[in-house]
Design a protein around this ligand. Structure first.
Ligand code: ADP
Ligand code: MG
Length: 237
């Protein structure tokens, strides 16, 4: 593996209140190398999105450690964590999460402005051109197709030049052909910028395009193509 950029040590998390609590992540150990493309698969409810939220610094662990780019995220306070996230991690969701009353350009530029980036609108314009939306800068999300909205979301995620791109079912709301185009865009950006990419998907073909595949079940990693043996079988053998 290349230099490790992400490391989880015994990452553990329970969500919900006492009456309805779910042990979502069970002492997960994971190392991801710089520049890897990791596809995460597994049944619905197995903890994939929660794992991504932890990797994105949006959800805190109950116990265990998370290191990204040599920063111990579990030790950062909320402000430091938000700052780290804004500079280092791009996130793309299945349902785009664009702000409806902002134009495509504003959706990309405003987060940069809030992070005090100079020339936010110039950077946003370039990023939107780079995803093929140079002619759609003044459109609102409601005036764009699903694929176009996801392109805006990708431009927004890429605008701060993050080292890590995280995508949760990025093609899940799109038809097959549009989904393929969005996947092509993600993989070409990943290669071009040498980013580390972590992608959750239901689509085996999309997972197969990643350099590494990880299978999650009931909050545990049960298979990892980077290890030669199936982890669960090895453990019970
Ligand atoms: P996946 O993305 O693999 O479908 P999730 O990470 O969304 O799975 O959820 C994993 C489990 O955690 C599910 O059983 C879900 O119901 C539960 N869960 C997720 N968020 C919460 C929450 N805020 N409170 C209680 N349970 C939650
Ligand atoms: Mg999910």
């Amino acid at each position: 593996m290349t230099k490790t950029i992400i490391e989880l040590n015994k990452a553990d998390l329970t969500l919900g209140n006492a009456a309805a609590s779910v042990h979502v992540l069970k002492k997960i150990d994971l190392k991801i190398g710089e520049g890897e493309a990791v596809g995460i698969v597994g049944p619905s409810g197995s903890g994939k999105s929660t794992l991504l939220m932890v990797l994105a610094g949006l959800e805190r662990l109950d116990s265990g450690e998370i290191h990204i780019a040599d920063k111990a995220l579990h030790n950062l306070n909320e402000d430091a964590l938000a700052d780290f996230r804004g500079k280092n991690i791009g996130i793309v969701f299945q349902s785009f999460h664009l702000i409806a009353n902002m134009t495509a350009l504003e959706n990309v530029a405003v987060p940069l402005e809030l992070a005090n980036v100079k020339n936010a609108f110039d950077i946003a314009r370039k990023e939107l051109q780079a995803v093929g939306l140079g002619e759609r800068l003044s459109h609102y999300p409601g005036q764009l197709s699903g694929g176009e909205q996801q392109r805006v979301a990708i431009a927004r995620a890429l605008a701060p030049s993050p080292a890590v791109l995280i995508a949760d079912e990025p093609t899940g709301n799109l038809d097959t052909e549009t989904g393929r185009q969005i996947a092509d865009l993600l993989f070409s950006k990943q290669a071009e910028r040498r980013m580390t990419m972590i992608l959750v998907t239901h689509d085996p073909a999309l997972a197969a395009r990643c350099s590494r595949q990880i299978r999650v079940r009931s909050g545990e990693i049960v298979e990892d193509s980077a290890s030669t043996t199936k982890i669960k079988e090895a453990a019970s053998a």
